[in-house]
Design a protein around this ligand. Structure first.
Ligand code: ADP
Length: 378
């Protein structure tokens, strides 16, 4: 078990590609940290630097207290699980799982006195195989397994080695949707049981939100925000994070902030909304200026369902598209200024495309961003 610390770490590839740009990040001992961001943001590069698969161009990388910049991968005491499983096709599941222990030439921990090394390895592999439901597959070859089972072998191979840190690079991408959800839960349970530091790379914000103790959101090689899933969702630091975390994504409305009679109003294309008291102080200095108003789809409701809604939070709209999801409905709506946005509403809402309706915005959940820097103003 160990922490992992990036201290002003830079990775430059040939051709002046700055894949990781001045990364400062401390992954705590025993933490499940998810690195998330769109393709090309540098998350795999960051992970591969921890594994020692990529050289570091600048800065310091530590595992625990030890600087590992120049430590070869095999001496870092980490285990990595890839999307592609990377199993040896000619070896059985057992031999795949035992491979790392055999290569190491040390006896696995937990060996009893008088046990040969090979016996201790067998006991360790069988114990791990039992714990992740692979016992009946130990004599099979990888090609005789399903994708989900292969990924479990790859996980098992990592677990038997008892590394200080687990690194996982999109390990669920090759699995179908149902298996992905199931394996996601299994990895979370595994983390609770093993109590080992896990660093997990994904482009999927749902995976990040459901698995991470904390999430590091990256974009263009730069760390945007590091926080718990709920804080990222509730308090995104900029429009990128606000739009990346959450599905459907947060709605953004270009607007002007107007001061009138001691109140602040958001004036957008076809909407005029009163800023609640609790945000007035934070936004007062922006009065008269342009901003981007943000609201998540679930914070929009049909007025008929909210009879006590403040009239200064109501917006007349035209229904463009209706998407029933079963447990909820996604409504694509247009303001009178032709600005489109999405609402997640109660499944009992009865509306048809083309219909005029009124929705109310829960302004206590509002966000506001600077249109130039795109940083949050709240
Ligand atoms: P992600 O994992 O977020 O998709 P990567 O870390 O793989 O992103 O890549 C980050 C950036 O570095 C991308 O622009 C990618 O094209 C570039 N890159 C990755 N590997 C190499 C390499 N070996 N040589 C040159 N550029 C690379």
């Amino acid at each position: 078990m160990a922490s992992v610390t990036f201290d002003h770490v830079i990775k430059k590839y040939a051709g002046d590609v700055l894949a990781v740009n001045d990364l400062n990040l401390e992954i705590r001992d025993k933490e499940f940290l998810v690195l998330v961001g769109p393709s090309g943001c540098g998350k795999s590069t960051a992970l591969r630097m921890i594994a020692g698969l990529e050289e570091i161009s600048g800065g310091i990388l530590r595992i625990g207290d030890r600087v590992v910049n120049n430590v070869p991968p095999k001496d870092r005491d980490i285990a990595m699980v890839f999307q592609s499983y990377a199993l040896y096709p000619h070896m059985t599941v057992f031999d795949n799982m035992a491979f790392g222990l055999r290569m190491r030439k040390t006896t696995p921990s937990g060996a009893t006195p008088g046990q040969s090394r090979e016996q201790a390895i067998r006991a360790r592999v069988e114990e791990v195989a039992d714990s992740i439901g692979l016992r009946q597959f130990l004599t099979r070859k990888p090609r005789q397994l399903s994708g989900g089972q292969r990924q479990r072998v790859a996980l098992g191979r990592a677990i038997v080695r008892e590394p200080q840190v687990f690194l996982m690079d999109e390990p669920l991408s090759n699995l179908d949707a149902k298996l992905r959800v199931q394996t996601r839960a299994e990895i979370s349970k595994l983390h609770r049981r093993l109590q080992t530091t896990m660093i997990y790379v994904t482009h999927d914000q749902t995976e990040a939100m459901t698995m991470g103790d904390r999430i590091a959101v990256m974009r263009d090689g730069i760390l945007q925000q590091l926080d718990t899933p709920q804080n990222l969702y509730d308090h995104p630091t900029n429009m990128f994070v606000a739009g990346f975390i959450g599905s459907p994504a947060m709605n953004f409305f270009p607007a002007t902030l107007q001061q009138e009679g001691g109140e602040l109003y958001i004036n957008g294309e076809g909407l005029r909304l009163k800023v609640p008291q609790q945000y007035r102080q934070a936004l007062l200095s922006q009065a008269g200026k342009q901003l981007i108003f943000g609201l998540r789809p679930e914070d929009v409701a049909d007025v008929r369902m909210e009879p006590n809604a403040d009239p200064a939070s109501v917006v007349p709209v035209t229904v463009d598209v209706v998407e029933p999801m079963g447990s909820e409905i996604y409504l694509y709506l247009l303001t009178s200024g032709n600005q489109q946005f999405v609402a997640r509403v109660d499944p009992l809402t009865r509306v048809t495309p083309g219909e005029q309706m009124q929705v109310t915005f829960d302004m206590s959940k509002m966000h506001a961003f600077d249109p130039t820097s795109q940083n949050s103003l709240m």
